[in-house]
Design a protein around this ligand. Structure first.
Ligand code: FRU
Length: 489
């Protein structure tokens, strides 16, 4: 059911009597609830926010609209973890509804200073004529976990030359100053990123636009993130308005990055290579990174997309976050591996090894709806080989390496309840390799597939029946040897 604007921009305390109870009951009955992913208790989750390591714990917030599965009044919902594997629900982090966030506490980031966690976010407001006025606000979490919003915005106006699509500050510290990138739209309706700097996180100066070679590239850039990795500069962002090109840019909106020599903070010039997509799957957007205490760069994304209906909408909830991934750079490309701490989730284990000859086989113990599967194919002369999973009477999700076309293909046309079919039911990418490793994390209604140790990732929601639990390995038009490990999660 779609909500009116009045219904969407209500705070929790404005819910009708029994409205929350009904939502909780609806969610309770949903057979697509995830078992080890971060998901909203009720309502809609979107972007990860404020991802920071603070006082021995990772804090990870997300955009949350409690009263339905539309995008409405956004709160920050708070989760935390000691190890990136087991997450604890903390509850509401930032409540909107003040003068400078009357229509939502939108996305932002976190940074630790003087033993406090500073959370900088966009306050979304609308005036009587429903015109948007964004503010950049600050909330501060202390060592007891209490979060206090600062009364006044830290950036109270949009600079000349940009529209009211101006949001998602991502803060970092460098050369003794604080810096933040903000996603923006120019008045000519093209997207870009702007840079601010500050001595103390409270007073910010507008430095100007980051000059890239991507000009123009879509009409809005959401959720920018800048960091350095192995002496290179990396700018991540989620551009809107990019047209599909072959197997690229197939989703409604994109998420990707450019890599180059480090950003020149004084001139804001950034010499970089081509835009590359972060994920090849159906459902990935608005990622954010943080640094682990041991220096690893960790990324989490929203496993969903704006403006798309999902089958759980009728169940009173929508979306989840991706698993945390470790980022490294190889020849200008980001390699993404599941955070090593996730091994702690492993339970019962099965191993199998077989030579497949034009056949499709299953192994004892390999089945379920919540598991990790690691499978290596080599010495192959078959045309195609791969894995079918979440198999039921009429359902299966199929992951194939097509050796002739040198392509990895994920097919969700028979995965269960259809999603966004107007954007196609297959995703693919080119991959030149003589050995293929597929590393899958399957949950009740999702799959994350890491190919060849993080060279490519496919992140997707799937909505199969509860009893669609089969797994089969196949080779067509020849042979392929296959060695597989399965863990219950
Ligand atoms: C991205 C986004 C952000 C915004 C937030 C609102 O999905 O549109 O730009 O801050 O979601 O929930």
């Amino acid at each position: 059911m779609k909500l009116s604007n009045e219904q969407k921009y209500r705070l929790l305390e404005q819910a009708e009597p029994n409205e929350l109870k009904r939502l909780y009951e609806l969610v309770e009955k949903s057979h697509w609830r995830q078992s080890y992913h971060i998901q909203p208790p009720i309502g809609l989750l979107n972007d990860p926010n404020g991802f920071t390591y603070y006082q021995g714990e990772y804090h990870l917030f997300y955009q949350w609209f409690p009263l339905g599965t539309d995008h409405g009044m956004k709160y920050w919902y708070h989760t935390k973890s000691r190890d990136l594997a087991e997450w604890e629900d903390v509850g509401i982090g930032i409540t909107p509804g003040g003068r400078y966030d009357s229509h939502g506490a939108y996305s932002g980031s976190g940074i630790v200073k003087d033993e406090l966690l500073y959370l900088m976010y966009t306050g979304n407001t609308r005036d009587q004529d429903w015109v948007r006025h964004p503010f950049q606000n600050m909330a501060i979490m202390d060592t007891s976990g209490g979060i206090t919003k600062r009364e006044m915005p830290v950036i109270d106006a949009v600079p000349h030359g940009y529209t009211d699509h101006f949001r998602d500050p991502k803060v970092w510290e460098q050369e003794g100053r604080y810096w933040c990138v903000i996603g923006a739209q120019r008045t000519d309706h093209t997207g870009c990123t702007v840079l601010y700097s500050s001595e103390d996180l409270m007073e910010w100066s507008f430095e100007g636009e980051i000059s890239t070679r991507l000009d123009p590239f879509g009409y809005m850039w959401e959720c920018p993130d800048y960091f350095e990795l192995d002496g290179q500069g990396v700018l991540l962002f989620s551009p809107q308005g990019i047209e599909p090109q072959g197997a690229y840019y197939s989703n409604i909106y994109q998420s990707g990055y450019v890599v180059g020599a480090p950003l020149q903070l004084d001139t804001r010039s950034f010499a970089h290579g081509d835009f590359q997509e972060l994920d090849r799957g159906f459902d990935f957007y608005a990622q954010q990174t943080t640094v682990a205490p041991d220096g690893r760069r960790i990324l989490v994304g929203w496993m969903g997309l704006p403006e798309i209906d999902y089958p759980t909408d009728e169940h009173g909830w929508a979306h989840c976050l991706t698993l945390p991934r470790e980022l490294t750079l190889r020849e200008g490309k980001l390699i993404q591996r599941p955070a090593r701490e996730l091994e702690r989730l492993r339970q019962e284990h099965h191993h199998a090894q077989v030579e497949l000859r034009d056949e499709c086989v299953s192994f004892t113990g390999f089945e379920g709806s919540s598991y990790e599967l690691l499978c290596q194919f080599d010495t192959m002369d078959g045309d195609r080989f791969g894995i079918e999973f979440r198999i039921g009477t009429d359902e299966k999700t199929v992951l194939t390496y097509d050796r002739k076309l040198r392509q990895v293909v994920l097919d969700r046309s028979r995965s269960g309840k259809p999603v966004a079919v107007e954007y196609g039911e297959q995703r693919s990418c080119s991959l030149e390799a003589d050995q293929i490793r597929f590393h899958l994390f399957v949950d009740t209604s999702s799959v994350e597939i890491f190919v060849n140790d993080g060279e490519e990732v496919f992140t997707s929601r799937i909505f199969p029946e509860t009893d669609s639990t089969g797994i089969r390995f196949f080779a067509e038009g020849g042979t392929a040897s296959c060695e597989a490990d399965w863990w219950k999660l």
